[in-house]
Design a protein around this ligand. Structure first.
Ligand code: AMP
Ligand code: ZN
Length: 471
């Protein structure tokens, strides 16, 4: 299996530390708000990766943290704790916020058919592990205490910048919010392992430690949680590309300094979901959630389908137009599967042949769009329907589009099809929208599209004009 490794910037053959086993770590959500569909793009691609490892016969142990303390507004240790910000916004305690958004996250994952990791570990469960690791780093001379906080000393490392060739100017702060630099740091790239002197006296969660009452830095959480559950040698670490620096860079620095040997061999980074205004992010205030897509009448699996159509190492542009097209294509696919009949014996040789092709495309750096093409190829195969259904079932172990079930639902809906009167009304609305677009009356065209959307209708532009279908 070939996989691009962002640590070496090369496609490499994946060879795990222990034959047949994969230890996998995924940076989990910071549970101060709903996950947006950009975050979920990353989790969908990681889910496909995990399922593909299993498909290829590996025994996978996947660990994910839940960040419920210590992730500050800037990834570079400044600004307010995001959890506290969420608690203030909703006038609740940090733990109430954490529970609510953790549940919301897994409910979104379920709708998108993202499997739950084998281990889910909230950071607040592992304070002793964080303290032990920070103490270990102090004992080995990789950390220092300044202004009450414990810092990692990046000057002690031969090689600090693994992923990115940032220049000094970029590294000066490396933050997104307008915040001032921490004067306690000996080097600009040093980072906090344990906070005691927070600028924010109302920090809600604090624990006793050898260095005073305080709370852990965000980076130490992932290193210590991974070590706790996956041991000293991690095969693959995943996250969105924004995590590469400083978060993952700092994870490598502290884990390898602590262990005294290489820690994680493969790094898997998913590029961002962007809108026409740039990266989708929570700090921008307005963001799209799975619930919002559902309210607008989309099937969450159409969003999964949309994500699979593009490669994880390319950023993906989101627009409702693009999602409409994905929903329409997904509907058509479901309709084709719905037409298949259980018509005899499965031809295992044909299944094996398709399985091999599918495995080849995913085994070449996770080419999910070609994997989706394999689904269409299977539908065109020169074989009986029972064999086609068996192939689709097999592919679904990785793609998780639930096509066979969706097809069942589709068939049920067809038997209770709406009256033609409604179809005529929709035709009329579509025609009005086309006219509004011709007149460059975009507001009216959008209004009609939203109205149709709310009624469960998706529009698709085709060379023969606009076509509509039900979600
Ligand atoms: P957070 O909850 O902010 O810690 O982020 C959860 C995951 O989503 C991390 O792996 C981020 O790197 C990733 N992420 C954040 N924004 C985006 C985006 N616009 N597109 C894809 N992934 C993202
Ligand atoms: Zn992490």
């Amino acid at each position: 299996m070939l996989l691009y490794n962002s640590a070496t910037r090369k496609k490499e053959t994946f060879i795990p530390h222990e034959e047949g086993k994969v230890s996998m770590y995924t940076c989990g959500p910071t549970v101060y708000h709903f996950a947006h569909i950009g975050n979920l793009r990353t989790y969908i691609m990681e889910d496909v990766l995990e399922k593909f490892f299993r498909y290829e016969g590996y025994d996978v142990k996947r660990v994910m943290n839940i960040t419920d303390v210590g992730h500050l507004s800037s990834d570079a240790d400044t600004g307010e704790d995001k959890m506290l910000k969420g608690a203030k916004r909703e006038k609740k305690t940090v733990m109430e916020i954490a529970q609510f958004y953790t549940d919301a996250f897994f409910s979104d994952c379920e709708k998108l058919r993202i499997k739950k990791p084998d281990v889910i570990e909230p950071a607040t469960n592992c304070i002793c592990e964080f303290i032990d690791m920070v103490q270990g780093l102090l004992d080995k001379g990789y950390a220092y205490i300044a202004g009450g906080n414990v810092y990692f000393d990046t000057a002690k490392l031969k090689d600090y910048y693994v992923f990115n060739n940032f220049d000094a100017e970029d590294l000066a702060i490396g933050v997104r919010d307008s915040v001032s630099e921490d004067e306690n740091k000996r080097n600009k790239t040093d980072f906090v392992l344990w906070f005691t002197k927070s600028k924010f006296e109302d920090q809600e969660l604090k624990w006793d430690s050898p260095w005073g009452v305080g709370y852990p830095g965000w980076h130490i959480e992932c290193s210590a949680i991974s070590l706790k559950h996956n041991g000293e040698y991690l095969d693959i670490h995943c996250g969105g590309i924004d995590n590469a620096f400083p978060h993952h860079t700092n994870e490598i620095a502290q884990s390898e300094a602590y262990l005294g040997h290489e820690w994680c061999k493969y790094w898997f980074h998913v590029l961002h979901l962007n809108t026409s205004n740039g990266k989708m992010s929570k700090s921008k205030g307005e963001f799209l959630t799975v619930s919002l897509l559902e309210e607008k009448g989309y099937n969450p699996l159409a969003y999964r389908f949309f994500c699979l159509q593009s490669h994880y190492r390319k950023s993906q542009e989101f627009s409702f137009e693009a999602l409409d097209n994905a929903q329409a294509a997904f509907n058509k696919l479901v309709a084709r599967v719905a037409a298949l009949k259980e018509d005899g014996d499965v031809d295992e040789a044909v299944v094996a042949q398709y399985r091999q092709k599918f495995s080849e495309v995913l085994g070449n750096d996770m080419n999910t769009s070609l994997a989706v093409t394999s689904v269409y190829d299977a539908l065109k195969a020169d074989t009986n329907d029972a064999t086609k259904l068996a192939i689709l079932d097999d592919f679904d172990k990785v793609l998780s589009l639930d096509l066979v079930n969706e097809a069942k639902k589709y068939n049920e809906k067809q038997t209770s099809a709406p009256a033609n009167e409604e179809d005529a009304e929709i035709d009329a609305l579509v025609a009005q929208r086309t006219q509004a677009r011709k007149d460059k009356n975009w507001a009216e065209a959008d209004r009609i599209r939203d109205e149709l959307n709310a009624r469960g209708i998706v529009l698709t532009d085709t060379p023969e004009g606009v076509k509509w279908s039900r979600k």
